[in-house]
Design a protein around this ligand. Structure first.
Ligand SMILES: [Zn+2]
Length: 268
């Protein structure tokens, strides 16, 4: 009997811990979401009250803004739980919509309609406020190791739902290093971009039929067409290689690399 009581207590404690684990940050999340909801209900201030008396004429036709990009990261940490707690602490000022652990566990940390703080100072094409138009997904990974199958399988499930719900174009599934070549190297070179492309998330290349490049082909200009910030040539090439030529980190372009860029620039 006593033994049963001991185990019952243990089970209750375990349940209590798992419920209470994120209780404080969940409460804070609700409070912040409530404040945003209040803001949305308000009638916006007039741009110029002198010429806009009686200006407000609410329409009945509107929706929520949807994300149009997915940015993939690696956490560069050693444990999934530490990343989740890290994103739940106000002082860190960083977050992501999803954190996916090595065993495939998925943590959803904020509503997909809301803006997470994961991209930082980034640029892709002419897009500079990447956080406002993207979903951030963090994969638990120390930065130097491959990504387990269970983790990628969960990632593919999340991507499938995001693509369907938000009609995200194939080209818009990219990595943090793609949008911040000078600052970021995630996800690392083990990330299976080709597998993602085979599933409809991002593009891959086929240079088998390209015998020669056009005489006027400009590789850096084509990298810019794909989306890369090419202001720093070496950094842009390194980021391109981290995604598409993963075994090579030399910041110079060979003829084979140029063929890859040529083929990709027609897709992006
Ligand atoms: Zn990142």
């Amino acid at each position: 009997m006593k033994r049963n009581l001991f185990f019952t207590t243990l089970i209750l404690l375990a349940i209590g811990c798992s419920v209470g684990r994120y209780a404080a940050s969940n409460k804070q999340y609700k409070k912040q979401a409530k404040a945003f909801a209040k803001e949305l209900r308000k009638q916006p201030a007039a741009v110029d009250s002198a010429i806009m008396a009686g200006y407000w004429a609410g329409t009945t036709n509107f929706g929520m803004r949807k994300p149009n990009f997915v940015i993939i990261h690696h956490t560069a940490q050693n444990a999934c739980d530490s990343t989740v707690s890290f994103f739940a602490r106000p002082a860190t000022q960083v977050s992501a919509h999803y954190v996916i652990c090595k065993d495939g566990t998925i943590h959803h940390m904020l509503n997909d309609y809301l803006r997470a703080w994961h991209a930082g100072n980034s640029k892709w094409g002419s897009l500079t406020d990447v956080n406002s138009s993207s979903i951030g997904i963090e994969l638990d990974n120390n930065g130097f190791e491959p990504f387990p199958e269970a983790q990628i399988s969960s990632l593919l499930r999340v991507l499938k739902k995001l693509k369907k719900d938000n009609n995200i174009p194939v080209a818009n599934f990219i990595g943090h290093s793609d949008i911040a070549p000078k600052r970021k190297v995630d996800p690392n070179r083990y990330f299976p971009w080709q597998q993602l492309a085979q599933n409809g998330f991002g593009y891959w290349y086929d240079t088998a039929k390209i015998t020669s490049l056009p005489a006027d082909f400009n590789a850096m200009q084509s990298l810019r067409i794909i989306g890369y910030d090419t202001r720093d040539t070496a950094a842009a090439i390194r980021s391109f290689k981290l995604h598409f030529v993963q075994q090579d980190s030399i910041p110079k372009l060979s003829e084979a690399d140029k063929k890859i860029i040529y083929d990709l620039s027609k897709k992006y």
